[in-house]
Ligand binder design. Structure first.
Ligand SMILES: *Cc1c(COP(=O)(O)O)cnc(C)c1O
Length: 305
């Protein structure tokens, strides 16, 4: 909304994320152009991003405007490559950091990449409030000023001076109070999540594909997601874990291109298709006890044995 994205504009994003990432593009009347993912990180593949941008330029039906990388499950996207591509085609970047608050690359924190970043404080995210909340980050004062206006129904000089079409996007005082307190223990929680993830990976790496975090990256572990051989194995493993009282979740069962709303051919997205059929998220939060981690791990190992 800050950049006036509208009908006729192309916004490039990953084919594998929560629906909201694609939804906001369509909400403004623009066209989302989906890009397949990297199999190791589940994040947008920069090489394929470049190809898709070239394709849109060649077809000259849409105007390329923006890239929305997502830091899926808490690991940052490859911004070194994405920033080069954005520069080359004069596009701006919105970091979808809904799952990555607290993550970093060489001490550069999530929510500081691109031109604008957005995170979510939904309870299931790394820093969750007790309802709905979120934050926008930018180092551009002009953008920040427009965001502040949009947040309160397009407010101008005062409450009843409305100078643009905005939203009700205020953060409740109650949620803010909860977040301020949780923020104080957040760094400790991040360390705990990383310890738990390492422990899972040590125990499980001989049985399933464990998440790969590249060198110099620290994940915020919104999810700990393993990969199994195929859809049938996943179904049986989910059932086996359920019988043993262990909940699991599948993020995401369908890549965007297979959603009825978009319904695009799937041969362009082999990796996101494969990942959507074989991924499984197991319990992850900072207060999982050693017994819990062992129980989850041992039950998965038992399934394979
Ligand atoms: C949760 C999530 C969102 C949306 O967050 P809300 O707080 O529901 O608006 C957007 N993108 C991703 C990747 C998410 O996981």
């Amino acid at each position: 909304m800050v950049k006036g994205i509208k009908k006729g504009d192309a916004v490039f994003t990953t084919n594998f994320s929560f629906f909201a990432t694609a939804e906001v593009i369509s909400l403004l009347g623009a066209t989302p152009i989906f890009v397949d993912i990297d199999e190791d990180t589940f994040n947008i593949n920069p090489e394929l991003l470049d190809n898709q941008i070239q394709k849109v330029i060649k077809e000259s039906k849409l105007i390329p405007k923006c890239i929305i990388p997502v830091d899926l499950f808490g690991q940052l996207a490859n911004y070194q490559q994405i920033e080069k591509i954005a520069k080359k085609y004069k596009l701006f970047i919105i970091e979808d950091a809904a799952q990555s608050f607290g993550a970093s690359y060489k001490n550069k924190k999530s929510c500081s990449f691109g031109d604008i970043a957005a995170t979510s404080f939904y309870p299931a995210k790394p820093l969750g409030c007790y309802g709905d909340g979120g934050a926008i980050f930018t180092n551009n004062y002009a953008y920040a000023k427009i965001c502040k206006s949009i947040r309160v129904h397009g407010q101008g000089k005062d409450k009843y001076d409305n100078i643009r079409i905005g939203l009700n996007s205020r953060l409740d005082t109650l949620q803010a109070a909860i977040l301020l307190n949780k923020l104080e223990i957040f760094d400790d929680e991040l360390i705990l999540r990383n310890k738990i993830a390492n422990n899972y990976s040590q125990q499980l790496s001989n049985y399933v594909k464990v998440p790969k975090i590249h060198k110099n990256y620290i994940s915020s572990w919104a999810q700990y997601s393993i990969r199994v051989a195929n859809e049938k194995d996943r179904k049986q493993l989910v059932e086996f874990l359920k019988v043993h009282g262990i909940p699991t979740a599948i993020f995401y069962k369908k890549p965007f291109n297979e959603n009825k709303i978009y319904n695009l051919k799937s041969d362009n997205f082999p990796i996101s298709k494969k990942v959507s059929q074989t991924i499984l998220s197991i319990p992850m939060h900072p207060y999982l006890k050693k017994e819990d981690i062992d129980k989850v791990s041992n039950t998965i190992i038992k399934f394979y044995k």
